[in-house]
Design a protein around this ligand. Structure first.
Ligand SMILES: C[S@@+](CC[C@H](N)C(=O)[O-])C[C@H]1O[C@@H](n2cnc3c(N)ncnc32)[C@H](O)[C@@H]1O
Length: 258
């Protein structure tokens, strides 16, 4: 009870988070789409479909399997990021498949990139490294820190100072931040990476908005699609060609908008 009151107080002090707080209350009245049972089924579904990163990029048309894949985030940036991470006083999520993100951004020549979920900023680092030499490129990231964790100062900590010029960080929940980011880009985006609210309801809210904002030929990447059936239902409802790949025990869904 005390914890619930503390959470309520945390949200009450942040006007921009009220829409998100309301959505958290409303979802409690819906059928649980994030149950352990459904998660197991969603994991099986993803496990049956996953392919290697080059195969995934090839199947959505970004890459030819005849070319040897050698598009990797420079090791010097990873080493610097590891040093920066050591300065963090809070523990946040680790890195996903950075080479996949780096390669997808490079191969699609993405310039207007939107990501949800920053934490330490591993994915932001990979994306920013991919656009570092493009004058007209930008990454807008959206991140709402986890309530009561006091981790605000450490969000994006692994991103090198030298890469931050092309970065805009919106510190708000997806519910406000996604629309703000899309507007900042003038209505359309080249690539989006979804890695924030992993619940079914969070994805069901965000996926269609991001997809609609993607320009033709744009790339959509979602992390942790094994958490629930939101990704499966999204691609099936829209009859989309997709690929699934794997990074450690997590599955990633990738689509290219035709
Ligand atoms: C898995 S971490 C992101 C990891 C990051 N992409 C990386 O590669 O380092 C998820 C982040 O999303 C944030 N988040 C969770 N729910 C959110 C929401 N509804 N809106 C915005 N950010 C959210 C969390 O606070 C956390 O910082």
């Amino acid at each position: 009870m005390i914890e619930k009151l503390k959470t309520l107080l945390w949200f009450s002090k942040r006007v921009n988070y009220w829409r998100h707080a309301l959505s958290l209350i409303i979802r409690k009245f819906y059928k649980d789409k994030d149950s352990v049972h459904l998660r197991t089924q969603a994991t099986d579904w993803a496990a049956k479909r996953y392919v290697s990163v080059p195969e995934a990029l090839s199947s959505i048309g970004l890459y030819s399997l005849e070319t040897k894949m050698d598009i990797k985030l420079p090791l010097s940036l990873i080493n610097e990021a590891k040093l920066l991470a050591k300065n963090s006083k809070v523990i946040m999520g680790g890195a996903g498949d950075l080479d996949l993100l780096f390669a997808a951004c490079k191969l699609s020549d993405a310039k207007k990139i939107l990501e949800t979920g920053v934490a330490y900023g591993w994915s932001s680092l990979a994306i920013l490294a991919s656009i570092s030499k493009k004058n007209d490129a930008k990454l807008i990231s959206i991140d709402m820190p986890y309530p009561k964790m006091n981790n605000e100062d450490f969000v994006g900590i692994v991103v090198s100072r030298l890469l931050r010029e092309k970065w805009d960080l919106i510190r708000e929940p997806d519910r406000n931040g996604i629309q703000k980011a899309i507007s900042k880009f003038g209505g359309d985006i080249d690539l989006c990476h979804y890695d924030s609210d992993k619940s079914y309801y969070g994805r069901a809210f965000a996926y269609p908005i991001l997809w609609n904002a993607l320009k033709s030929g744009g790339v959509f990447i979602s992390d942790d699609i094994q958490d629930n059936f939101a990704f499966k239902e999204f691609v099936e409802k829209k009859n989309l060609k997709f690929a699934v790949t794997k990074s450690e025990e997590k599955y990633i869904g990738i689509l290219c908008k035709k």
